[in-house]
Write a protein of this length. Structure first.
Length: 160
């Protein structure tokens, strides 16, 4: 199974020490060049810099096909490239957290999973303790409503 990831899910999974669950849930994770650039930007946390500098074999960087900005108005370049790349390589999922980006990906017929969905799936298959992972996520600047976080803990995965 192959997934394409935007910056945000990968960033937060690295920050909470759970990036390796991606290799256990999916065979291959692909990121477009814009996402790689965001993960290596000066403003990115040091832990993320260190991780991406020694990126695992299951993470590949690929050039995304060109997109027309108007088709994806209101989302960032990493999200645009992730959606375009996911469609181009026909990945099983694209990992996105931004609401508008998720809507666009779904309009393009692409399956979408967010950070919380990845964590929930990992918990379902016994890879992590979901309550602990969410506690770690809350220690970052990850933004999610209390209602959404509660729904994750009560196994309401439909909105993830």
């Amino acid at each position: 199974m192959t997934v394409v990831s935007n910056t945000t899910p990968l960033n937060y999974l690295i920050l909470i020490g759970q990036a390796d669950i991606l290799s256990k849930l999916y065979e291959l994770v692909v990121i477009p060049e814009a996402v790689f650039n965001e993960l290596t930007a000066q403003s990115t946390p040091q832990l993320v810099h260190e991780w991406i500098a020694n990126k695992p074999d299951w993470l590949k960087v690929r050039e995304a096909p060109a997109t027309i900005v108007g088709e994806m108005e209101g989302i960032q370049i990493g999200e645009r490239q992730a959606i375009a790349l996911a469609q181009f390589i026909q990945s099983d999922f694209v990992l996105l957290d931004d609401r508008r980006a998720r809507q666009i990906a779904k309009q393009w017929g692409i399956n979408v999973v967010g950070t919380l969905g990845v964590l929930a799936r990992a918990a379902q298959v016994g890879l992590i303790d979901l309550k602990d992972a969410l506690a770690e996520l809350r220690r970052t600047n990850f933004r999610a409503s209390a209602t959404l976080l509660e729904s994750v803990l009560t196994e309401d995965y439909e909105s993830l």
